[in-house]
Design a protein around this ligand. Structure first.
Ligand code: AMP
Length: 114
């Protein structure tokens, strides 16, 4: 757990979140400022600051995060499609330095993003 990391505090249940899925390595919860009717964050419990800091030893959890996002999309009824995205670094628009995948769906999403 990283000191002062808001997502580590959610993992530790020190601050509340609307949790939709949890297992040994992964937590998923609803984004506090949803950008789509379904907006869920899927995160590793381990503190990995961003995708660029992930290591080969994180390969299993990286795969598990994507599979969890796909399973959640199915459970949330996103049969028309959805987007899974991770923002990385300043130019990527990353605000929270704990790796997270946004699962967005429930409306038609535009491309490219701003
Ligand atoms: P990013 O800009 O990719 O780092 O995304 C961070 C996301 O975390 C934003 O969509 C925020 O709305 C969301 N967020 C920040 N704090 C919380 C929180 N306490 N609970 C749920 N979502 C949060």
């Amino acid at each position: 757990m990283a000191q002062d990391c808001i997502f580590c505090k959610i993992v530790a249940k020190e601050i509340p979140a609307d949790i939709v899925m949890e297992d040994e390595h992964i937590l998923a919860f609803r984004d506090i400022h949803p950008e789509a009717p379904t907006h869920i964050l899927v995160i590793p419990k381990k503190h990995i600051p961003s995708l660029s800091q992930a290591e080969l030893t994180d390969m299993d959890v990286l795969g598990a995060l994507q599979l969890a996002a796909a399973k959640l999309a199915e459970e949330q009824g996103l049969a028309r499609g959805y987007r899974v995205v991770t923002n990385c670094g300043d130019d990527g628009g990353q605000a929270v330095p704990h790796l997270h995948y946004h699962l967005l769906g429930g409306r038609s999403l535009t491309w490219p993003p701003g």
